[in-house]
Design a binder for this molecule. Sequence first.
Ligand SMILES: Cc1ncc(COP(=O)(O)O)c(C=O)c1O
Length: 407
Amino acid sequence: MSKADMNAVRFDTQAIHAGYHRDSDFGALATPIYQTSTFTFTSADHAMGVFAGEIPGYDYTRAGNPTVSVFEEKIAHLEGGEAAISTASGMGAISSTLLGLLKMGDHIVCGNTVYGCTDVVMREILPDFGITATFVDTADAAAVEAAIQDNTKIIYFETPANPTMHVTDIAAIAALKEKHPGIRIVVDNTFAPPPVQQPLKLGADIVVHSVTKYINGHGDVIGGVAIGSKDDIALIKGRAMGKMTGTPLTPFCAYLIIRGMKTLGLRVRQHCANAMAMAEYLEKSPYVEKVYYPGLESMGKDHEVAKKQMNGMYGAIISFVLKDGINGMSAFDAGKKLMDNLTIPAIAVSLGDPDSLIQHPASMTHVRVPKDVREQVGITDGMLRFSVGLEEIEDLIADFDQAFAAL
Ligand SMILES: Cc1ncc(COP(=O)(O)O)c(C=O)c1O
């Protein structure tokens, strides 16, 4: 770490410097990869002291590793949290947070539009362990409050939500804690990483991320993280991750993520600028029925709330539906053909990479969500989800021009 006080410097400076206390052996500028499963001790007393938590240090990489710690400290700074615990995937962070904080008999109020695997965990897996969920539109704080039961321990949501880009007012949900103390607000911030949105500053208790996406930002790592207070992170760490069920991030992945994070602000700002231009282009297109992007005024209340809580940027995921009847095709068939016609975006799930990616939620990311549930929240068969990359925006628009013309 540079000598600067990380609490006194701005976002991009933190992204580069926070967390790394420069290697004392050789002064390496880049964070070394501590590729080791176990750690040695200078004496039996030293070993006992580290295991007892009385002497700072590491004992075994499942429970902690210096490279991994640099990432955790860095992301905690950028999200404005006290501590972070990383995992082998975003789903690892989500399931570990839930397992760490809940027990049999507890209840979750869950946003009705969440990533497909999160939906499966909430709807199919947790009930087998005696933990139930009620699904509501979390943009409606009154509906959330009405769903709270005596045993509700967590309100969980994504904003913007995957893939409808529906926006939840984080501060409005956090305000419910006044009347319902003891409930934690958990926000999946994958679609709006800092500097776009910092839910802890708006009253959320825990932020989870698929680090696989913007935070690593290069499409070459699977990782996850949960960020919150020291006490909550210690609970999650002690009960569900690290030493216990064991889904740690590897030192090599942590190294790649640290490397990617040095340009997080730069990348995310450009992603968002590209996405805004692309959303405006799609909205004007005669081939497009509807565009879902919180930066557009046509999103109504979603846009108003996004303006308030998303730091003047709106993320870089756009969902859209083509018109029915283009050359006699349904919106679904036209969407498939459009995906095939595009030459720059790859057909792939995931998001937040420099490469633009396009996918069909109903048959790909959200295929395990029951069809009636999908339709109820607006994940129609015609919807496509586009992760706007860092290619030149003129090239992306020219590619869409040719792909539409060839429908
Ligand atoms: C919003 C959201 N949360 C969580 C995840 C899961 O992350 P991972 O694939 O890293 O497990 C995803 C993956 O696409 C996602 O989009």
